[in-house]
Design a protein around this ligand. Structure first.
Ligand SMILES: [Zn+2]
Length: 251
C-alpha cells in the first residue's frame, strides 16, 4: 500500500495531551496501512473520550472511520459542544454518575459534597475501575490517560488540574452538571444518599454541645455517619457557592 500523510490539528485545550512534540497543536503522521481515525488520534496522546468532533477533509466522521489516503483532520474537544453542533457529536454530556481512580480522593469528596454519585476505592486497580464503570454505567474520571484510552471506555474525563477545587469545576463544566448540584445530600465517606433522621433516634450518639445546639440531622444508611449543619457548615456552604458560580461561568 502507498504510504500516505495525515495532518491533524487539535483544537481547544486538547493541546495539553500533545506535549512538546506538537507545534501549534498540529501533528503529522506518516502511515503505510489503513488505520482508524481513533487509533491515529490516540497515537498522538489524546484519549478518545476527550474528543467530541472529528472532521476529515471537512466532513464529520465517527471514531470507526478509517484513513488510507492523505487527509487533513480537525479534532475538537467537548468544550465546543454547541459551537459546532452536528449529528456527529461523539460525546454525551449530562452524565452525573462517575467512578474515580485512587488518586482522585479530593475530587471525589468535592463531587459527593455537591450531591454527585462517585464510586471510589483508593486501592482499586484498573480492571476494577473499568468493571465498575461498565456494570454501573458510570463515566471514568482518571489522570491516567492510557486507562482512558482503553477501548471499553465510552465516557470519561482527564482532569487537567492537580487541584481538587479546579478539578471539580472542570468536571461540572465538562458534564454540564451545574443545574444538578444538590449539596449535603450524599455521604462523603461511602457515597450513599443521606436520610433524614429524628434527633431522638440518635441522641445517644451526639456530643453534649451538639445535643444542645442542633435539631436537624441526616444519617448515612450505609456507614451510619451522622451529619448536621455544625460549625464547619458555613465554610462548606461558601465553598459550594463558589464552585457553583465558577462552574456556571465558562472559562
Ligand atoms: Zn456513609
Amino acid at each position: 500500500m502507498k504510504p500516505f500523510k495525515v495532518r491533524l490539528r487539535f483544537h481547544g485545550d486538547l493541546g495539553v495531551f500533545l506535549g512538546s512534540k506538537a507545534d501549534d497543536a498540529v501533528i503529522e503522521r506518516r502511515l503505510a496501512e489503513k488505520t482508524s481515525i481513533k487509533d491515529i488520534i490516540e497515537s498522538c496522546g489524546v484519549p478518545h473520550p476527550e474528543v467530541d468532533l472529528i472532521l476529515v477533509d471537512e466532513q464529520t466522521v465517527g471514531f470507526e472511520h478509517t484513513l488510507a489516503n492523505d487527509a487533513k483532520v480537525e479534532v475538537f474537544p467537548v468544550e465546543n459542544h454547541g459551537t459546532y453542533r452536528t449529528e456527529k457529536q461523539l460525546q454525551t454530556i449530562g452524565i452525573s454518575r462517575f467512578v474515580a481512580d485512587g488518586h482522585l480522593g479530593g475530587l471525589t469528596r468535592h463531587l459527593r459534597l455537591l450531591g454527585f454519585d462517585v464510586a471510589y476505592r483508593q486501592n482499586a486497580d484498573d480492571r476494577q475501575l473499568l468493571e465498575v464503570m461498565v456494570r454501573e454505567n458510570r463515566a471514568l474520571l482518571t489522570r491516567d490517560r492510557r486507562l482512558l484510552m482503553h477501548a471499553i471506555v465510552q465516557h470519561g474525563y482527564w482532569p487537567r488540574s492537580q487541584n481538587a477545587d479546579e478539578q471539580t469545576i472542570e468536571v461540572i463544566r465538562r458534564f454540564d452538571l451545574s443545574e444538578l448540584i444538590a449539596p449535603f445530600t450524599r455521604c462523603l465517606r461511602c457515597n450513599a444518599p443521606l436520610e433524614a433522621v429524628a434527633k431522638a433516634d440518635i441522641i445517644d450518639k451526639l456530643e453534649p454541645l451538639t445535643k444542645i445546639y442542633y435539631d436537624q440531622f441526616r444519617r448515612c444508611p450505609e456507614c451510619k455517619q451522622i451529619y448536621w449543619s455544625g460549625s464547619h457548615f458555613p465554610k462548606l456552604q461558601r465553598r459550594v457557592e463558589e464552585i457553583r458560580s465558577r462552574a456556571r461561568r465558562k472559562a
